[in-house]
Design a protein around this ligand. Structure first.
Ligand SMILES: C[S@@+](CC[C@H](N)C(=O)[O-])C[C@H]1O[C@@H](n2cnc3c(N)ncnc32)[C@H](O)[C@@H]1O
Length: 154
């Protein structure tokens, strides 16, 4: 019974391989009333695509240089410096984020799979978005080999 009462994540995780797939999710997963946080926005190429789909978008990156460049290139979009691992700072950005996009260097390989899963869990727990879209070929491969057990087939 204790297990039934445990907190359960309700966020859907969408794993993509490569930036082309990452961006291709936007029309399918983002709508006009979404509030979107992008983590690892660099100078905002994907943030611009997100902002074309939803009015309320914030692009973030750990690199101050990237954020300064993004602000200059796209003055109509909000950009903030953020280290993705500081989820409390992410919450302080403010905004009831319904979608989170993550494209961070260092998360692509299989060796970083556990870091990727813990980052997703952290954001799903603290921000509770409907979905997190992440660029991680390793996670996509792993997820493709997971099947939720639904009982014996008839
Ligand atoms: C591949 S680039 C992102 C490209 C961008 N999303 C796009 O679609 O054009 C990866 C970015 O992750 C950022 N990054 C790396 N570690 C990070 C961290 N701990 N928190 C936030 N951003 C990070 C890097 O500064 C870099 O700009």
């Amino acid at each position: 019974m204790a297990n039934e009462r445990q907190f359960k994540l309700r966020t859907t995780f969408v794993a993509t391989r490569g930036v082309k797939e990452y961006r291709a999710t936007i029309p399918a997963w983002v709508s006009a009333d979404d509030v979107v946080l992008e983590i690892g926005c660099e100078w905002g190429t994907t943030t611009v695509l997100l902002a074309a789909q939803a009015a309320n978008v914030v692009g973030t990156d750990v690199s101050r240089e990237c954020i300064e460049r993004a602000r200059k290139m796209h003055p109509g979009i909000r950009f903030e410096v953020l280290d993705a691992f500081d989820v409390r700072a992410a919450r302080e950005i403010g905004g009831d984020f319904t979608k989170v996009y993550i494209d961070m260097s260092g998360l692509s390989g299989y060796r970083s799979l556990l870091d990727t899963i813990s980052l997703l869990t952290m954001y799903a727990t603290v921000l509770r978005p409907e979905a997190i879209v992440i660029k991680s070929g390793a996670l996509k491969h792993f997820a493709g080999h997971c099947v939720p057990w639904r009982g014996a087939r008839a």
